[in-house]
Design a protein around this ligand. Structure first.
Ligand SMILES: Cc1cc2nc3c(=O)[nH]c(=O)nc-3n(C[C@H](O)[C@H](O)[C@H](O)COP(=O)(O)OP(=O)(O)OC[C@H]3O[C@@H](n4cnc5c(N)ncnc54)[C@H](O)[C@@H]3O)c2cc1C
Length: 527
C-alpha cells in the first residue's frame, strides 16, 4: 500500500523528507520511501514554483489518512498508469478456443505487438524471416568487410530487432505515460538505461539495442509466445474476405485468430504479397536525398559556438526548410558521433543510412538531408509505384559506384557547383565511396531541390556546405511509399483479421512510432 500526495510545493534544495514529514505532520523517521511521479512548474504565482505529485510509503498509513489532509489519499491501481509508473493498460484474460494470433516481423512494431499479446495471455506465434541478433551482427560485419556476399535474409534491415537494430536508436519523445510509458518501461526492464524514462532526447545506441533484444525475446517465450526465426511468410490464407492465417516459405501453413504484419518497408516482396492477397493500399509521398557527413567538431562549433565542447554531449541538429512555395526539405535521423552505413537488403542496390554506438564517440557526425517527393513523381499510381521509383535510384547508385557496393559520394561544394569531386575526404562508410556527380543519380528536380535546401542549412550551421562536408547517396528509405488502408481498429479495410502495422504499413517512421503502432494493433486484437 502507498499514499498519493498531490500538489506539494517542492524545492530543489533542502531536505525533501523533512518537507514531506512537515506536510503530513509526522516524524521524519515515519517517511519510509517516496517517489516524485510528476513534477511541474506552477507559473500562476511570481516567482513560479515547482509542484510535485508523490507516491509515498509511511509507517502509519491509517494514521495519516485519519488526519484528512486534502492533498493526501490512498495510491490506487489507476495511478500506476496515470503517472506512468506502470503501463496502465488493462490486460484481458485469454480468450479460450479462439486460436492464437500471429505476428509477422520482429522489428519494433512486431515485437511490441507480440509482447502485449503475450502479456494478455494470447500465446502469439511470432515469425521472423531473418536471424536472431547474435548471428545477425556477424553476418553484417562479414558483408561490410567483403568476406561474404549480401545475404538477402540476414542483413542490416532483416532480422531480430528489424531496421532499428543497427541504428543510433534515437527515441526522441517527450511523453512517458500511457502507451509510450508501456514501451519505455519495457525497454528499461530489458536493459535500457533508466535515464530513458526522463530524457526526452534519449538515444539507445546500436550496442545497447543489441543487448536489449535477447531478454526481450526470452520474455516473449516465458509468456508463452512461440518465436521462430528464418520463418518467411510468403502468403496469407484468406477465406471469405477474412485473413485466417499465413503460408511460410517451407510450404507449411499456420492458422490464426488475427494476423499482425509488421514487415517494415524494405521487405518489398511482403508488401507486394499483402496487396496481391487483397489488402487495400495506396501510394504515398516520401522524402529522399543523401547522407551528409561532417567532422563532429564542425557541428559542435556550429551549435555550441565554442572550440572545446567540454562535458557537453556531441552536438546534434534538426533543420527544416518548409517555404510556402518551392522545394521543401529537412534533415532526418541525425547521428552525432556516428557512422554512415550500407543499408540495403537487395543485391545490386546501394542504400545509405546512419548509426551510432551508445557513447557516440566517433569522429564524424552524419544526417539524412532529404526533400519531399510527391506521388506524382513516381510516374504511376498503383501502390507499388513508389517502390519501383526508389529501386531505380538504388540500382543506378550501385552501377555508378562501380558495382562494388561503394556509395556514390561528392564533396558538398562540388555538388552545389555540379562537378564531380577530384578527391574525396575520409569517411566512416565501411564499404568504400566512389566520386560521382550526384546530379547523375537523382532525377533533376530532386538534385536541384537538395542543393537548394543544403544552401539554406549552410546559413544555420557554418561549414554545413563547406569543403569538409561530404554527401553519400542515396538515402531512399526514410519512409514507406505505400499506406495500407485501415479501420480505426487498425484492421485492413478489405481483409478482416489482417492488421498491417508499423513503418511498412505507412503509419510510422521510427522506432518508437513503429512500436506504438504495433502495440495499438495488439490492443485492438486483445479487445
Ligand atoms: C540504419 C538505420 C538507422 C535508423 N535509425 C533510427 C533512429 O535512430 N531512431 C529511430 O526512431 N528510427 C531509426 N531508424 C528507423 C527505424 O529503424 C524503423 O522506423 C523501425 O525499425 C521500423 O519498425 P517496424 O517494426 O515497422 O519495421 P522493421 O524494423 O523494418 O522490421 C520489420 C521486420 O519484419 C521482418 N519481415 C519482413 N518480411 C517478413 C516476412 N515476409 N516474414 C517474416 N518476417 C518478415 C524483417 O526481417 C524485419 O525484422 C533507422 C533505420 C535504419 C535502417
Amino acid at each position: 500500500m502507498a499514499l498519493l500526495v498531490a500538489d506539494l510545493k517542492w524545492a530543489e534544495e533542502g531536505d525533501p523528507v523533512a518537507r514531506i514529514a512537515r506536510h503530513l505532520k509526522i516524524g521524519v523517521g515515519a517517511v519510509l520511501a517516496f517517489e516524485v511521479v510528476k513534477k511541474s512548474l506552477d507559473a500562476r504565482h511570481r516567482p513560479p514554483s515547482w509542484r510535485v505529485v508523490l507516491r509515498l510509503e509511511v509507517a502509519d498509513e491509517a494514521g495519516v489518512l485519519r488526519r484528512r489532509i486534502p492533498s493526501v489519499r490512498l495510491w490506487s491501481p489507476r495511478d500506476e498508469g496515470r503517472y506512468g509508473r506502470e503501463d496502465g493498460l488493462v490486460r484481458p484474460p485469454a480468450r479460450s478456443g479462439s486460436g492464437r494470433p500471429i505476428v509477422v516481423g520482429m522489428g519494433p512494431a512486431g515485437m511490441f505487438a507480440a509482447l502485449y499479446l503475450a502479456e494478455a495471455g494470447l500465446h502469439p506465434l511470432v515469425l521472423e524471416r531473418g536471424a536472431p541478433v547474435d548471428t545477425r551482427v556477424a553476418s553484417v560485419n562479414a558483408w561490410w568487410r567483403g568476406k561474404a556476399p549480401l545475404d538477402a535474409e540476414d542483413n542490416l534491415v532483416i532480422g531480430e530487432g528489424g531496421a532499428g537494430t543497427f541504428s543510433d536508436g534515437k527515441v526522441y519523445t517527450r511523453r512517458r505515460d500511457g502507451q509510450l510509458g508501456y514501451i519505455f518501461r519495457r525497454l528499461v526492464e530489458f536493459g535500457a538505461d533508466p535515464e530513458l524514462l526522463q530524457d526526452s532526447l534519449a538515444h539507445l545506441g546500436t550496442d545497447k539495442i543489441r543487448a536489449i533484444l535477447p531478454p526481450f525475446r526470452e520474455r516473449l517465450r516465458a509468456l508463452g509466445a512461440e518465436v521462430r526465426f528464418h520463418a518467411r511468410v510468403v502468403d496469407l490464407k484468406v477465406e471469405q474476405g477474412r485473413c485466417t492465417g499465413v503460408v511460410l516459405d517451407d510450404g507449411t501453413e499456420e492458422s490464426a485468430s488475427a494476423v499482425v504484419v509488421a514487415a517494415g518497408h524494405s521487405a518489398r516482396d511482403t508488401v507486394k504479397m499483402l496487396i496481391e492477397a487483397g489488402a487495400a493500399a495506396e501510394p504515398r509521398g516520401i522524402a529522399v536525398g543523401a547522407r551528409i557527413e561532417h567532422p563532429q567538431a564542425l557541428i559542435d562549433r556550429g551549435r555550441y559556438r565554442t572550440e572545446d565542447r567540454g562535458d557537453l554531449p556531441p552536438a546534434t541538429y534538426r533543420l527544416t526548410h518548409h517555404p510556402a512555395t518551392g522545394p521543401r526539405g529537412h534533415t532526418f535521423c541525425m547521428c552525432p558521433g556516428g557512422m554512415v552505413v550500407p543499408a540495403s537488403n537487395h543485391p545490386g542496390r546501394v542504400v545509405v543510412n546512419g548509426m551510432s554506438f551508445a557513447a557516440r564517440r566517433a569522429y564524424w557526425a552524419n544526417s539524412a538531408v532529404i526533400v519531399d517527393v510527391p506521388v506524382s513523381a513516381y510516374g504511376a499510381t498503383d501502390p507499388m509505384a513508389g517502390f519501383r521509383w526508389q529501386d531505380a535510384i538504388e540500382v543506378r547508385a550501385f552501377e555508378l559506384g562501380g558495382g562494388t557496393w561503394a556509395a556514390p559520394a561528392q564533396r558538398v561544394p562540388d555538388f552545389l557547383a555540379g562537378r564531380r569531386s577530384d578527391d574525396l575526404p575520409r569517411t566512416s562508410f565501411p564499404m568504400g565511396i566512389a566520386a560521382v556527380d550526384l546530379h547523375q543519380l537523382f532525377p533533376p528536380f530532386l538534385g536541384q531541390a537538395l542543393a537548394e535546401v543544403i544552401r539554406v542549412f549552410d546559413r544555420q550551421i557554418p561549414g554545413f556546405a563547406g569543403p569538409d562536408a561530404l554527401l553519400l547517396a542515396p538515402e531512399t528509405r526514410t519512409t514507406s511509399p505505400v499506406v495500407f488502408t485501415r479501420t480505426s481498429g487498425q484492421e485492413s479495410t478489405t481483409l478482416r483479421g489482417l492488421f498491417p502495422a508499423g513503418e511498412g504499413a505507412g503509419y510510422a517512421g521510427g522506432i518508437i512510432s513503429s512500436a506504438l503502432d504495433g502495440l495499438r494493433a495488439a490492443i485492438s486484437i486483445a479487445g
